[in-house]
Structures are given as C-alpha cells and as structure tokens.
Write a protein that binds this ligand. Structure first.
Ligand SMILES: NC(=O)c1ccc[n+]([C@@H]2O[C@H](COP(=O)([O-])OP(=O)(O)OC[C@H]3O[C@@H](n4cnc5c(N)ncnc54)[C@H](OP(=O)(O)O)[C@@H]3O)[C@@H](O)[C@H]2O)c1
Length: 227
C-alpha cells in the first residue's frame, strides 16, 4: 500500500474526473486515491470497484482552507473541476472554475502536494474578452504563481464522449466540428478517456520543466505513451 503514489482527484464526479478515477482504479502504481468533492457518490454507479485505495472526502469548497487534512501529503493532484456559465451563471462560473481551483491548489501545496495537474482549455487566454477563455487563462497564471515543483496544464479542445448531463451548446459545437474531428482527430478534440490516460501517463514520466503545457495534440501523443 505505501509504495505507490498518493493522489487526490477534484471533480471526480464529472466526465473527465470519472474517466481518471476509472483508470486509476486499474493501475496499481497508485496506492491511495483521495476523492475530494461536494457530494458522496456510490462508485459502483461509475462502474468502479470501491477498493480500499479509495477514500471519499466531502468538503465545502467555500471553506476549502479548513480541509487541509484531506489533501495531506499527496504526491499528485488531478483537477478536473468546472461548471458552465449556462448552468451556474457568470459569477458562480468564475467562482468554481477559477477561485475553487486556485484555493484548492493553494491548500494542496501547503499540505505537501508536489505535482498538480489541471484541465483548462485550448482556448485559454487571460487577455481574452470572452469570459470562458479569460477565466481559463487566469487560472493558469494563478497556478503558475503558486510554484508547484511540477505543474502540468492540460489544454484540451472539445471534449468528446457520452455526457450524462444535457448541454445544448456543447452538442452544437460537436455537430459543427464533426467534420474537423473526423478529418483531424487529434487537432481540436479529445475523448475523456484519452485525456484521462494522458494525465495518468504524465505522472509516470520525467517533468519537462516546472510548468508543462500539454496541448490537444500532445494529449493524444501522451495518451499513447509517446511525447
Ligand atoms: N466540455 C468541453 O468540451 C471542454 C473543453 C475543454 C475544457 N473543458 C474543461 O475541462 C474540465 C473538465 O470538464 P468536464 O466536462 O469533465 O467537467 P464536468 O463533467 O462538468 O464535471 C465538473 C466537475 O466539477 C464539479 N463541480 C461543478 N460545480 C461545482 C461546485 N459548485 N462545487 C464543487 N464541485 C463542482 C462537478 O461536481 P458535481 O458532479 O457535484 O456537479 C464535477 O465533478 C472543466 O474545467 C471544463 O471547463 C471542457
């Protein structure tokens, strides 16, 4: 139990997070998997055997600084947190996609985490006039300022796969981008499972620097063990 990596996963009830924990469950390199979220779930509902390596921690993200103990001494953090402006409204979108991510990262670093892996977006740009792109860019900058020993920023394009929740905007993007995703499958889109595989493979390879930016096409390469 003690020889593998201890990791935490934020956003593990979402589509990317579920793909991450499914793959972690099949990989014995990970000895402790701390699932940190706002609600308790039955892992069986995600077709995951709830083995003794998993523990779920329900926290209040508005007071994440009171939950340091739950983040204690993790080698790697996976952050797949996020909401949408449509679902949460602009203010709460910023609260979740920026503040919750940065505040959790701060707590994790103080609790000993050395490698933080976060999912942002291919369109991240702190100077953008579009809220989504700006928030993703700002979160990347905020994370860089924390100076983790290793920070890996995954910038996927459109995420593909079956989503439990209905998202009309995302469905529109999928329809419009369908020809592009078929012609150039690694250019602007990636399946949740491929993103999860790339995140997991990355924990097993040497860092390329304090900050690694992993673009959509690099995510595809990394998922195959290339790169
Ligand atoms: N959709 C795309 O095409 C796309 C493209 C590029 C990047 N991204 C980014 O990739 C990341 C992962 O995306 P995804 O589609 O896998 O996410 P998702 O399915 O929407 O899951 C989001 C996760 O965040 C949690 N969350 C949301 N609001 C919360 C709140 N107020 N308090 C605590 N937890 C909260 C959710 O918990 P609950 O289950 O409890 O709601 C869930 O675990 C996001 O940052 C997203 O912006 C998405």
């Amino acid at each position: 139990m003690s020889s593998g990596l201890k990791v935490f996963v934020l956003g593990y009830t979402g589509e990317t997070g579920k793909a991450v924990i499914k793959q972690l469950s099949r990989d014995n390199s990970f000895s402790n998997i701390i699932l940190i979220g706002r609600r308790q779930v039955d892992l069986g509902d995600f077709q995951i055997a709830d083995d003794s390596r998993f523990s779920q921690k329900v926290i209040d993200f508005e007071k994440v600084e009171t939950h340091t103990e739950d983040f204690k001494n993790c080698d790697v953090g996976f952050c797949c947190l996020g909401t949408t402006r449509g679902k949460a409204g602009p203010e709460h979108f910023v609260r979740v996609d920026k503040d919750y991510v940065l505040n959790s990262a701060k707590v994790a670093k103080e609790a000993g985490c050395t490698h933080f892996q976060v999912v942002t977006a291919s369109t991240s740009d702190k100077n953008s006039s579009l809220l989504y792109n700006k928030v993703k860019g700002e979160v990347e900058e905020g994370l860089k300022d924390l100076h983790f020993k290793r920070l890996s920023i995954f910038q996927p394009g459109l995420l593909l796969g079956n989503r439990v929740e209905r998202r009309p905007m995302e469905t529109c993007f999928k329809v419009v981008l369908f020809p592009l995703t078929k012609l150039f499958p690694t250019y602007s889109s990636v399946h949740f499972d491929i993103l999860a595989k790339a995140m997991i493979n990355n924990t097993k390879k040497q860092a390329t620097g304090e900050v690694e930016v992993i673009t959509n096409s690099k995510i595809h390469e990394l998922s195959k063990g290339e790169n």
